[in-house]
Design a protein around this ligand. Structure first.
Ligand code: NAD
Length: 235
């Protein structure tokens, strides 16, 4: 493969890439995320109705990030290495809200569904890096009002960075989707928007959108991603 043909790579990751680090996906447990129905913890309506439950859910997820056993795995690291040596344009878009890509060293990284380690004020939009628990009613360090919530894009809200992502997909000549079920839009539609790209899907199994890809690597991300990148760079 002549790599000079591929100047623009876009990579999309989902919960599957972090599964082997110890963070559970949700569709692999019949639509439950850590024993909760997604609509009970990941919608603005859930937050309005039961803020204590929602804050507790994200407090537990945020606390998990401090567990010394939680580390970036071989797939996160391989993507960071690819970015380091890649001479063309490289964009990593993640649906994940954990911090494992960043800890592995990825730089040109967009968290389209937000970040567990950041909170924002619903009144003044102030964003603050945050590693501790958040109270049901937490004062904003900027405006002082009780409006801080997790900086998570909930179902029904607009994902972040969409203009930048769409522009990169339009130019992409290589698109790789890793560990995502292809059920959450708009991310599930990215493969269609990467219209001129060669498209590879890496997953433990077929997904609802597998037919849109040119090829598939079936297996755990920690095995398939480093192997794919190694082959990609040496062929
Ligand atoms: P999903 O749970 O819907 O699907 C996970 C996918 O990963 C499945 O297709 C599964 O077959 C695959 N998978 C599981 N283990 C794998 C492995 N070891 N190697 C390769 N593939 C593997 O996840 P999604 O498509 O990312 O959508 C879920 C949404 O929930 C995301 O948008 C995200 O915001 C949120 N979420 C995030 C995290 C996280 O930050 N780590 C975890 C759970 C859910």
């Amino acid at each position: 493969m002549d790599l000079r043909l591929f100047k623009n790579i876009v990579i999309l990751t989902g919960a599957g890439i972090s599964a082997e680090s110890g963070i559970r996906t949700f569709r692999d447990q019949n639509g439950l995320w850590e024993e909760h129905r997604i609509e009970d913890v990941a919608t603005p309506e859930a937050f309005a109705q039961n803020p204590a439950l929602v804050q507790r859910f994200y407090n537990l997820r945020r606390a998990q990030l401090k567990d010394p056993n939680l580390q970036p795995n071989a797939a996160h690291k391989a993507l960071a290495q690819l970015e380091e040596i890649w001479e063309g344009n490289f964009l990593l878009v993640t649906q994940n809200v954990d911090n494992l890509h960043r800890r592995a060293g990825s730089k040109n990284l967009l968290h389209m569904h937000g970040r567990l380690d950041r909170i924002f004020c619903q009144f003044c939009d102030e964003k603050v890096d945050w590693t501790e628990d958040l109270l049901t009613q937490h004062p904003c360090p900027s405006c002082g009002r009780l409006g801080m919530r997790p900086d998570i894009v909930w179902f029904g809200e607009m994902p972040y960075h969409m203009e930048e992502i769409y522009a990169a997909l339009d130019k992409a000549d290589y698109f790789i989707s890793i560990g995502t079920s292809g059920q959450v839009y708009p991310a599930a539609g990215f493969v269609q928007l990467a219209w001129k790209a060669k498209k590879i899907e890496i997953n433990m199994k077929d997904t609802g959108i597998s037919a849109a890809f040119d090829s598939h690597l079936v297996g755990p991300a920690t095995v398939e991603v480093p192997r794919f990148i190694q082959n990609f760079l040496t062929n």
